[in-house]
Design a protein around this ligand. Structure first.
Ligand code: AMP
Length: 283
């Protein structure tokens, strides 16, 4: 049975009961508007831990654009229904006042360094500061043994891992594979904002990523990127924020494929007003 809470103390009471019974706690933080991608993280937690806690909080501090925050899909009733069926044990869905009690959007003394200077960090100033602060606060409340994050947000996983290392937190971070629609589009809450025509066009991102991964095995990054950008320009539907080929460890650009350096190709693109991100690892 799914237990529900909106208050921090309710979570803490539940967790201390579970910990005193020796249970291993798994945690899946989300912003709601749940889909199969989120549920894959819940399933993974169910198999790896004794108790799965999910949070649903559309965190205002990680949005660098008020319109994006206001438009972000919210559907708590449907989310709770999905979680009840998922085997999740506990859901925490606080109001902003509960997460930021004195109305202050607290930041934490954490610097993502070069990991935060590229891609999402570069194009969404303040985004990762907001993410790190809210995830740290959620970790403090839930005190999980393992937390599960989607590799769809590849840079986010790298930054959370650094945050955990910098603060010496005892939580283990597991990055989980991207779940895709039948046509390859990465599942995302923001997909709900696409109209029917945009939804069909959106799968082009997956097609180009797949081609780029293939090409990068034999061509320099510069040529692969140029080709991909030319394909997007010819398609005409997208405005590209970035299309980067980078080291999967440092997230810094790499010029050529070598089997020794795991690489990841990352994209952020607007389809109308909707900003979509995706990535694909080489190998
Ligand atoms: P969000 O609600 O978008 O903040 O996402 C919550 C968690 O779900 C994050 O760890 C995301 O990376 C993960 N996630 C989002 N979409 C997917 C997907 N298509 N496949 C796997 N994980 C995902």
């Amino acid at each position: 049975m799914l237990q529900k809470a909106t208050k921090v103390y309710e979570v803490q009471d539940f967790i201390s009961l579970q910990k005193s019974a020796g249970k291993k706690i798994g945690f899946v933080p989300t912003m709601g508007a749940l889909h199969q991608g989120h549920l894959s993280l819940i399933e993974k937690s169910n198999t790896e831990t004794d108790v799965t806690v999910c949070s649903i909080f559309v965190n205002p501090t990680q949005f660098n654009n008020a319109g994006d925050f206001n438009r972000y899909p919210r559907n708590i009733e449907e989310d709770l229904e999905m979680l009840s069926l998922s085997g999740c044990d506990f859901v925490f869905f606080p109001m902003p006042e509960e997460m930021y009690p004195d109305g202050e959007f607290k930041t934490i003394n954490f610097h993502a360094g070069s990991l935060g200077e590229v891609m999402e960090g570069k194009h969404r100033p303040g985004h990762f500061e907001g993410v790190a602060a809210v995830v740290k606060r959620l970790f403090d409340i839930v005190n999980p043994d393992i937390a599960f994050f989607g590799l769809k947000d590849f840079q986010q996983v790298a930054i959370i891992k650094k945050m955990v290392a910098d603060f010496n937190l005892s939580v283990k971070i597991i990055g989980c594979p991207t779940i895709r629609e039948m046509d390859g589009l990465a599942m995302s809450s923001r997909n709900k904002l696409l109209n029917a025509d945009q939804r069909i066009k959106a799968a082009f991102i997956y097609k180009i990523l797949k081609e780029a991964v293939f090409e990068f095995k034999t061509q320099p990054a510069k040529a692969v990127i140029q080709h991909a950008l030319a394909d997007f320009a010819a398609n005409g539907s997208f405005a590209i924020d970035y299309f980067d080929i980078c080291s999967a460890e440092t997230l810094l650009p790499i010029t050529n494929y070598t089997p020794q350096t795991p690489a990841v190709i990352c994209i952020a693109a607007y389809l109308g007003e909707v900003r979509l991100i995706d990535n694909m690892q080489v190998d």
